[in-house]
Structures are given as C-alpha cells and as structure tokens.
Design a protein around this ligand. Structure first.
Ligand SMILES: *Cc1c(COP(=O)(O)O)cnc(C)c1O
Length: 435
C-alpha cells in the first residue's frame, strides 16, 4: 500500500499531528510503542450518528460497542456525549461501574453469560440484558426470583442475513452461535418464555449481522426482517416492541483499498427502511438503537512505533522492524487485517521503497503491514499506523512478556494519559514463587 495521507493532519513543522498535538512530542513524553486517540474524532462520530436520528425524528440510542476499546476514560468520554455502551463481560461491566457510567445506559451481550455476570447485571440494574439462548433465560429467571428483582431484556435473533465486508448473504447467518433463530420458531418460543415472567420487561429485538460491512443492502434487509417479525408477533399475540436494535458493523477505511460510505449513512438507510416497513405494517415506530464499535474507536486511533532493525533479503524484500507488533495489534496476524502507515516525522516525504513492516515478537507471522511504501527510514524514526483504534489495544497481550503500551487521549493539543504503560513489575504481579 502506498501511504494515503489525505485523512491525516500535518503541522507547520511537517510532522504528523494528532488531536492538535505533534506526534513526535507525544513520543518524547510517553515513549513508544504508544496508542494515541484523537478525542474529537470520537466525539464527532458519535454526533454524526445522533444527528441522523434527530434528522429522521426517531427515538434512538447510540450504544458504543465497548469491546472495540474499553477503559475508564473511554467510558467517561462516551458518557459525556450521552451515548450508551454495550458490554460483553463482567470485566467490561466492572470498568463501566468504576467509570461512574450510568448503569441504565448499559446493555449486556454474550452467548454464554455466567451466573456471576448475570447477577452483577441485576444487582447494578443495568439498562438491558440482551438474551441470547434458552439456558440464559432459565438462569436469569432463577436469579430474578432469588433476588426478587426486575430487569429489562431484549431478544437477540438471527434474521437470516449475514454480511462480510463487501457481500451479504441471506441464508448464512442461521448457522450462528449467537441468538435465537427466527425461521424455526425459536425466537417466538423465547418471546413466550420472557413474556410469561413478570420480572422481565421485554423491550424489543436485537440483531447484529457482521462487522466491517460496506454494503447497505444487508443492513436494510435485516432491519426489514426485524420489523416483519415484530409485525407477526403483534398479529399473533398483540406484542408491541419499544426498541429495535440493529447492532453495529459499519465499515471504516483502513487503506486506500477501502472506500466505505460514512458510517452514519448506513444508519440513515437503516432508519428509513425501518420507518417504511413499520408504516406498511401499521406498527408504531419503535426506537432504533445502534451499536457501533469500530466506526467510533477505529479512525480515532494511531499506533506510534520507533523504527529499529532492518533486514534486506536480496532480490526478495526488505523488512523494517518496529518496537511493537502483535502484542499491541494482533489483527494483521490474526486475520490478515490491512493498515496504512506514515513516517510521523515527515508524512509527506515521497516514497522511496516498499517494505514489509515487522513486529518484534518471536513469531514469523508478526508482520504489521505486508507491503508499505515509505521514504527511506532509519533507526529512531517514528512510524504511525493509522486507524488502529478498534480491536487493537483491546486485544493486546503480554506475549513474550512485553509490557502493553500506554494509551493517550489528545484533544485541542492537550494530552492525557488514559492507560499507563505497563512496567516489568506489572508483568510479574500475578506470579507466585515456587514454594
Ligand atoms: C462486535 C459487536 C458490535 C460492534 O461491531 P463493530 O463492527 O465494531 O461496529 C455491535 N454489537 C454486537 C452485538 C457485537 O457483537
């Protein structure tokens, strides 16, 4: 990939600028590898989503899928913008509690929530538990009875539409580990079980059809199927849903090969499809909830690395190695995810060569970028990988006992530490010496 610098900011010194701060100054202060978030990018994307609903005059919630990147500062930022969050584990819920996040704005997902996780959700009276399977309904029933408590729930269903980046398919998703199947009547049976329990308030239905999707059609089809289902349930037993939750999955630009529409345009199409079908079926218009993760956190993030060693394999290629890798961003190794990178000290410098950007981890697959056009680099240069904010730090590990990087939030030129860099001491804090 050649560098696509159209979307980055360059300051008067000719350096990469993030959130109004010079990337090289951030590196001087915090060292590398470093994860930097442009805070206003996060705020703006949330605003863009909210505006679509306002413009369409529809009740809504923008619920940030926190698995893309979660920490206390991120939850506080999301709350400042009046967005909700999804959590998928007790750990994410705990982080939200510690962030002071309003519990009624939390949704809990997952296909195997534990008793402890469900109890935690009930004890903290979170906004909604998104029920995924019959085992979970039984567990929750018992917990609510034991605690003499109530909770809001939704049913996650598989609408029979799945999407993979550039295609969608209308049959594939039935074979999924998540949710209640619509076709076989599982979802209807789950509805009956939930409605029979006075301790559960059935808010509506939920579907999430995939991730990094570029194709609007799949979303429209899935949303329409959800409304058809509600129409059927209304006809059969008079059930009226308050909420239709269409999940997330809106695709973003990682490299110049990607050219998605703006994330909020997916939502505009979904809202219009729902409105149309609800009108056709004479159903009251439900609130529409969305759960964007990648599209909020991804474009805002930058991973900064220092260039170290180099290996030239004659006649084949050159490897330029940086001081991070699969421990702070496993996506390239895990599923051949592609990124673009620029030289932070001179993003505009013309490319001189195409190299493979390698990480420092002891694994041949630890390659961050397979083909990156770059100017001539030298040890000590700072390389910035772009759009790393989603599923990067969130999937970070201590492989090779490397400490995880620091995470910085920057806005209006002001930098704030969001997660401090791990120390060697942190790495051994769980270790117990041999007796
Ligand atoms: C992962 C996930 C999301 C977010 O997906 P993105 O591709 O990051 O937008 C939303 N909802 C559910 C249920 C998910 O599992």
């Amino acid at each position: 990939m050649s560098s696509d610098i159209s979307q980055i900011q360059i300051n008067q010194a000719g350096h990469l600028e993030i959130g109004g701060a010079d990337a090289l100054d951030l590196v001087k202060k915090y060292k590398t590898p470093l994860v930097v978030y442009d805070v206003s990018s996060i705020r703006n994307q949330i605003h863009h989503f909210q505006k679509v609903f306002e413009d369409n005059h529809v009740d809504y919630a923008v619920s940030y899928a926190s698995k893309a990147f979660a920490c206390i500062a991120m939850f506080q930022l999301v709350n400042q913008e009046n967005a909700h969050i999804d959590v998928v584990s007790g750990g994410e819920l705990y982080t939200a509690i510690k962030a002071g996040f309003p519990m009624d704005h939390v949704s809990f997902h997952g296909n195997n929530k534990s008793v402890e996780e469900l109890e935690m959700a009930v004890d903290h009276q979170i906004g909604v538990i998104i029920l995924d399977n019959f085992h979970e309904i039984a567990l929750l029933k018992q917990i609510l009875k034991d605690k003499d408590a109530h909770i809001n729930v939704m049913l996650r269903v598989t609408p029979g539409v799945s999407a993979h980046t550039h295609e969608y398919d209308q049959t594939g998703q039935t074979d999924s580990k998540f949710g209640f199947d619509l076709q076989s009547g599982q979802a209807r049976k789950a509805l009956d079980e939930v409605l029979a329990d006075q301790r559960m308030t059935m808010l509506g239905i939920h579907a999430h059809i995939g991730s990094q999707i570029f194709e609007v059609k799949g979303f429209e089809l899935a949303a329409t199927k959800l409304i058809d289902t509600l129409g059927q349930w209304h006809k059969e037993i008079g059930y009226v849903a308050k909420v239709v939750n269409v999940g997330g999955g809106f695709g973003i630009r990682y490299t110049e090969k990607d050219d998605p529409i703006a994330p909020e345009m997916f939502v505009d199409a979904i809202v219009k499809a729902i409105k149309k079908r609800a009108r056709e079926l004479a159903l009251p218009m439900p609130a529409v909830w969305i759960e964007p993760g990648r599209s909020i956190a991804g474009p805002a993030g930058y991973n900064l690395y220092t260039v170290g060693s180099r290996k030239d394999v004659p006649g084949i290629r050159s490897y330029v190695t940086v001081d991070g890798g699969m421990g702070d961003n496993i996506r390239p190794a895990l599923y051949q995810a592609e990124y673009d990178a620029v030289l932070a000290n001179d993003p505009k410098a013309p490319a001189k060569e195409t190299v493979r950007v390698a990480g420092k981890y002891c694994e041949s697959g630890d390659i961050l970028i397979q083909k990156q056009a770059l100017p001539q680099t030298k040890p000590g240069d700072v390389l910035a990988m772009l759009a790393t904010g989603a599923y990067g730090y969130a999937m970070a590990s201590n492989y090779n006992r490397n400490p995880r990087p620091a995470v910085i939030f920057v806005e209006n030129g002001q930098d704030n530490l969001a997660i401090r860099r791990e120390t060697f001491e942190d790495l051994i804090r769980l270790d117990q010496p041999l007796e």
